[in-house]
Design a protein around this ligand. Structure first.
Ligand SMILES: *[C@@H]1O[C@H](CO)[C@@H](O)[C@H](O)[C@H]1NC(C)=O
Ligand SMILES: *[C@@H]1O[C@H](CO)[C@@H](O)[C@H](O)[C@H]1NC(C)=O
Ligand SMILES: *[C@@H]1O[C@H](CO)[C@@H](O)[C@H](O)[C@H]1NC(C)=O
Length: 481
């Protein structure tokens, strides 16, 4: 493996065809091997899922980081002012879920400008865990210093640090448990990065120190608004200065998305494995299978769209629904319900269940439309949405949460409402995109342009940089430091 990384690490963006073929081959090999998690570092962020050690989210679009890490960009990083600063990152857990992987992205961005970065994981499995081990190795290789969550070293580092980033609401437990009476001394330099929007996070236990931290960073305006309302109404506490930071696509993802050869090969490979033809139209949800992500309602819409097409005798290519994110062992009841529905409606040959995977790029290359059907308050952000747009895919999304800040209704996709009321509108939108090829392609292109304008890694780095600057400035002027 080390060899493969070596071979490819110097590949330039315009790599000659032979080199491109080589890494394509590598990617294809990796597609069929699931244990190579050590490669998969960059991740999409699929928020709003309760952090759970085994709930790693398929929207996490991980790519073989090294294979594509070949850009020779010279523009100075907006984070360069962080050089030789000391930052402590506190993660509630270390897993392949969106939260921790996003924090790791920040760790690597900071390392790349020469920041001294320390990492603490609060909850670790007691037995040796392969995932934890390989992620820690990955960090050590990149010069991130991994500390034990408790003990004097953790406390000393928190004192010394210019900035402490707490990742997710639950990470708040660490403050009292470890810093004890020293909490007030550290609070002004704490930046709290929040990615969740569920009721059970509104516990004073977790978030009572929120009002006094240096700042909160939240993935979308709706989520920030929600936190503001809920902390006030439910807990009677006030949010600190809050910054909305939309996420961005990694360079690695963009490189695959913008490589037409790669896309074509991946598309053919996946379509062949699904047994669908090049001209068939694929609508996909890429999210861990659970009621909150709305796969059940999507299947109902899909079935309804088939009926509309039949009744109206519309001429369209064969349509398929792809559900990437299946995990029979985790959501057995819901999964069974989905499969029963498919059997009952006799659409087995049109619905494809794919096990959850960290490699979403091949699926994005293979499908025609992304469906983002998250229910209730929707996604906090929904990184898969911007990843799909990078692949020039239109998005059919629920008008909720972060999706409304990413998708421009009517331009880069079409929105429908959450719940049962959304089933028929989504069915009609499916028919619309199936019958209007030109419109579908134009929407995809507009989505791509929107990503280039505001959802790239450097956009995210700029947004994060201005938040870090602000929090540093304020904490410096604070009497405690
Ligand atoms: C927050 O509260 C305001 C006023 O009560 C309301 O208009 C708004 O919809 C709420 N926002 C969220 C996200 O709950
Ligand atoms: C998908 O996961 C199930 C267990 O949840 C397993 O039995 C099955 O073999 C997996 N399928 C593939 C194609 O890996
Ligand atoms: C989205 O736009 C369509 C028209 O293109 C409109 O009919 C629909 O109500 C809009 N949906 C939302 C949620 O704004």
């Amino acid at each position: 493996m080390a060899k493969l990384q070596q071979q490819h690490s110097n590949t330039a963006g315009w790599a000659p065809p032979s080199v491109q073929k080589r890494w394509l081959l590598t990617l294809l090999i990796m597609l069929s091997v699931s244990t190579l998690i050590a490669f998969f570092i960059k991740s999409a962020f699929d928020s709003c899922d309760p952090p759970h050690p085994h709930n790693f989210d398929v929207a996490a679009s991980n790519k073989p980081a090294k294979v594509f890490s070949n850009s020779i960009k010279t523009a100075p990083s907006p984070l360069s002012f962080m050089k030789s600063k000391l930052v402590l990152l506190v993660s509630h857990e270390l897993s392949l879920s969106g939260g921790p992987l996003l924090l790791m992205e920040l760790a690597f961005l900071l390392r790349s400008v020469g920041t001294e970065v320390f990492w603490i994981t609060i909850q670790k499995p007691s037995e040796t865990d392969e995932v934890v081990y390989s992620l820690e190795q990955k960090m050590l290789v990149r010069g991130v210093q991994v500390l034990s969550a408790k003990g004097q070293e953790a406390i000393d580092t928190a004192f010394k640090a210019d900035l402490v980033v707490l990742n997710t609401a639950v990470a708040g437990k660490w403050l009292d448990a470890v810093l004890k009476e020293n909490v007030p001394r550290v609070l002004p330099k704490v930046l709290w990065w929040i990615h969740e929007m569920r009721g059970h996070y509104f516990k004073l236990d977790y978030v009572k120190h929120l009002p006094l931290v240096g700042g909160a960073m939240i993935d979308s305006h709706v989520t920030a608004e929600y936190w503001k309302n809920r902390t006030q109404e439910r807990l009677r506490i006030k949010m600190p200065e809050t910054y909305v930071v939309h996420l961005g696509n990694s360079k690695e993802l963009m490189e695959v998305a913008e490589d037409s050869v790669a896309k074509r090969v991946l598309r053919e490979h996946i379509r062949e494995s699904l047994g669908v033809r090049d001209e068939d139209i694929l609508f996909a949800i890429i999210n861990s299978v659970s009621r909150g992500k709305g796969q059940d309602l999507f299947l109902r819409s899909f079935y309804e769209s088939l009926q509309i097409i039949q009744v109206k005798k519309l001429k369209v290519p064969s349509m398929h629904a792809v559900i990437v994110g299946s995990d029979m062992s985790a959501q057995t009841k819901f999964e069974t319900e989905l499969r029963n529905y498919v059997m009952q409606k006799n659409i087995q040959d049109r619905v494809h269940f794919i096990n959850k995977t960290l490699t979403v790029a091949p699926y994005l290359a293979a499908i025609d439309v992304l469906v983002q059907n998250s229910q209730a308050r929707g996604e906090c952000f929904g990184r898969i949405t911007i990843e799909a747009m990078a692949f020039q895919l239109p998005v059919l999304g629920t008008a909720a949460g972060g999706t409304t800040e990413i998708v421009v209704n009517g331009t880069t996709g079409l929105l429908h409402s959450v719940g049962k009321e959304g089933v028929t509108p989504l069915a009609k939108n499916i028919v619309k995109l199936a019958t209007h090829v030109e419109r579908r392609l134009t929407m995809g292109k507009r989505g791509y342009e929107r990503v280039r304008e505001m959802f790239l890694e450097h956009h995210m780095a700029h947004r994060i940089a201005s938040v870090l600057k602000e929090v540093l400035r304020k904490s410096k002027s604070h009497p405690h430091s």
